[in-house]
Design a protein around this ligand. Structure first.
Ligand SMILES: Cc1cc2nc3c(=O)[nH]c(=O)nc-3n(C[C@H](O)[C@H](O)[C@H](O)COP(=O)(O)O)c2cc1C
Length: 201
């Protein structure tokens, strides 16, 4: 299978980036073709311009970085999106990627207020990280908001078959090494669960 991993974290030495590397290493061990789109390190421009709101045609060609990113999604059988929850949402960098790359006509069509996803047939995994404990987020309704807006409104609405939303909670500065190692095992197990040759049969 062809995999695309899209990740947003400003620090290369963050838990988020280490988690992403573990997941990618497991996919590689399983024999998959895999590409990581590291939005900060590649300097992705997250600002959608007025030009991009015009219908793409020869007078208004799509910007080359968006064309490249859309080609990467087209080529992928599975998309994995990784980011820390900031204000219970995605970092602005990831939001800008979604705004620009998941464009109308590529990721969805909208008619009479209803959205039809255009990316069906592709699988997705969403991996998020929070400082707060998951039971607290569930109790105060924040987790439901995350699921409605990020799992359903973005990934499922555009047609992806969302295999799993894997969440790592209580990730705070100074996380003990043993806890981090456990998380790395968990993210590897997620890759194996969905993408080992056995589970793909
Ligand atoms: C700008 C910002 C906003 C944050 N907002 C939240 C939040 O709303 N809820 C939460 O549980 N954690 C929040 N956090 C904590 C991060 O989710 C958590 O510390 C981070 O994901 C840990 O992973 P990292 O070491 O890879 O950064 C926030 C952190 C930052 C920097």
């Amino acid at each position: 299978m062809n995999h695309l991993i899209v990740v947003a974290h400003p620090s290369e030495t963050s838990f988020t980036m280490a988690l992403t590397r573990s997941y990618a290493a497991e996919l590689e061990m399983l024999g998959h073709d895999m590409r990581t789109c590291d939005l900060y390190r590649t300097g992705f421009d997250p600002v959608l311009t007025a030009h991009e709101l015009l219908p793409a045609n020869s007078d208004h060609p799509a910007r080359s970085d968006v064309v490249k990113a859309q080609d990467e999604i087209r080529a992928a059988d599975a998309l994995t999106v990784v980011y820390p929850l900031w204000w219970m949402s995605m970092p602005a960098m990831m939001k800008g990627y979604i705004d620009r790359v998941f464009a109308r006509g590529f990721a969805y069509e909208a008619r009479e207020g209803a959205i039809r996803g255009l990316l069906s047939g592709k699988k997705a995994v969403l991996i998020t990280i929070s400082g707060a404990p998951l039971p607290v987020l569930t109790k105060n309704g924040r987790w439901n908001a995350v699921q409605v807006l990020q799992d359903t409104h973005i990934l499922r609405s555009t047609g992806f078959d969302l295999l799993e939303h894997l969440h790592f909670d209580e990730v705070v500065p100074g996380l003990p090494k043993a806890a981090a190692e456990e998380h790395f095992l968990r993210v590897r197990a997620c890759a194996r669960q969905h993408f080992s040759p056995h589970s793909l049969k």
